[in-house]
Write a protein that binds this ligand. Structure first.
Ligand code: PEP
Ligand code: CO
Length: 475
């Protein structure tokens, strides 16, 4: 671990090997852009980050649940008021379903306001006779298939900052207007009225409104009481483009800690998680909560090493392990990881990303995911954690409020032949509105069944229930 003996600084990663970073043609221009970023106001405040970390710590100990969801790759063209408010609303809707079904407060984290950089498995893309550098997200190069668009341009980092700023500003304004408040459930409806998913959400909303009306009658101080049910929305993105991340890293005068103030939560991608390399080096020095993507090739030993490098003080809330093992491998690969982390006494919050281990490419080259595989990875992970006395504390999803046809299956009945009807993603296929709600409902139903069964067998054996988390008596 020679790379980690030197003192850390926001730029110490520069001495180490780095994967997935673009080679900018002009180092002087890159330097100017990073200096501009360093002078821009931060997007978030350290106190918000500290609050999120405490909530993630709770989620690690079974007291909360994290919903981290949003775009695979945000696009600059989507930096529009309506698109942003729809993103906010689907986050609110899915969080409410989770809170209702799991009987826990939900920590809502968007993959937004900075999710502009993409790691790629292939350096280049070939169409016909032409080969060009791969698209790496709007913060690095353009999606259009032309040599000019695909050239990495550091000025895109300033555009990304601008879009992140506008996105977050509009979300905060909507939040200030009270939209995140439980008393304003009617404002959470999406454009897509009349769909089956809408009906499902409306039913939950009606039940909650009924309950609130009852409380009001009962003499509660309504609506005052419900204004405290305002859910903050936190932001997150992959810590991929380290020039941008370093440009938004600031030292807190009071504590001396460094924070990435471009986002509340950063994660380490599957392709950049080598301990002696640049991305791990950068993340080990900031005080934000950090996610680690855990793919099928990670060994328990590697995972323990990685966690120890990034969280040497074994702080709760600092690390969220986001497993993305693939539906068919989860049953085999997840138990030894859980056991190793528990045996080493490491404090982590577990989450499941059922998206990135389940990507398939069809014969015509279209990238998709089958809803059944996504659902299977979620349910197997839930069962494995439950069996191991561990709490699956979150889901990490790629979803959109739009009526896209990118993933196959679900009650909405999308088939392979429908994929070209409305495929918009520049990167990975996302669950559409109906599929997102269905996934969350089924996850919650399965949780209730697991708990029911456990309570029933404990009652039969006349024992105290001893699972890794608190059981709610109403189940
Ligand atoms: C992603 O989250 O968009 C991603 C690329 O994930 P992973 O690093 O797990 O492949
Ligand atoms: Co993705």
């Amino acid at each position: 671990m020679s790379g980690h003996k030197k003192p850390w600084s926001p730029d110490s990663w520069k001495c180490l090997a780095a994967r997935q970073l673009p080679t900018y043609p002009d180092a002087a221009v890159l330097g100017q852009v990073v200096r501009q970023l360093e002078q821009r106001p931060p997007l978030v405040h350290p106190s918000e980050i500290t609050k999120l970390k405490a909530q993630i710590a709770d989620a690690g100990q079974g007291k909360r649940f994290i919903l981290q969801a949003g775009e695979c790759a945000e696009r600059f063209v989507d930096c529009q008021s309506d698109v942003i408010s729809e993103k906010l609303k689907i986050l609110l809707q899915t969080s409410l379903i989770a809170a209702h079904g799991l009987r826990r407060p939900v920590v809502t984290i968007g993959r937004l306001a900075g999710q502009f950089g993409k790691p790629r498995s292939d350096e280049t893309e070939t169409r016909g006779e032409v080969t060009l550098p791969s698209y790496r997200g709007d913060i690095i190069n353009g999606f259009e298939f032309s040599p000019a668009a695909r050239r990495p341009d550091p000025h895109r980092m300033l555009d990304a900052y601008q879009c992140a700023c506008a996105t977050l500003n509009w979300m905060r304004a909507l939040g200030e207007s009270g939209i995140n408040d439980l008393s304003q459930l009617r404002r959470w409806s999406l454009h897509q009225d009349g769909t089956a998913a809408q009906a499902v959400f409306d039913e939950i909303r009606d039940r909650l409104e009924d309950a609130m009306a009852l409380l009001e009658l009962w003499g509660q101080d309504y609506p005052h009481a419900f204004q405290n049910f305002r859910t903050p929305i936190f932001t997150s993105h992959e810590a991929l483009l380290l020039h941008y991340e370093a440009g938004l890293t600031r030292r807190c005068e009071e504590s001396g800690e460094y924070f990435n103030l471009g986002s509340h939560f950063l994660w380490l991608g599957e392709r950049t998680r080598t301990p002696d390399e640049a991305h791990v080096e950068y993340l080990r020095g900031i005080s934000n909560p950090v996610g680690i993507k855990v793919g099928p090739t990670v060994t328990p030993e590697e995972l323990i090493e990685l966690i120890s490098v990034i969280n040497p003080r074994n702080e709760w809330g600092r690390i969220t392990l986001i497993t993305r093992l693939g539906a068919s491998k989860t049953e085999t690969l997840l138990p030894p990881l859980i056991e190793a982390v528990a045996a080493a006494g490491l404090h982590v919050t577990w989450a499941c990303d059922p998206m990135h281990g389940n990507i398939v490419r069809l014969s015509d080259g279209v990238k998709t995911r089958y809803f059944d595989n996504i659902m299977a990875e979620v349910l197997v992970s839930q069962r494995v954690h439950h069996r191991s006395g561990s709490w699956l504390g979150g889901l990490h999803l790629e979803i959109t409020a739009e009526d896209v046809t990118e993933c196959v299956g679900g009650n909405v009945g999308i088939q392979e032949s429908h994929l070209n009807l409305n495929y918009q993603s520049y990167c990975d296929p996302r669950l559409n509105y109906g599929q997102s709600l269905e996934l969350m409902m089924r996850f919650c139903d399965s949780f209730k069944n697991l708990v029911h069964r456990e309570v029933a067998s404990a009652v039969a054996a006349n024992q105290q229930v001893s699972s890794g988390f608190e059981l709610e008596s109403e189940f």
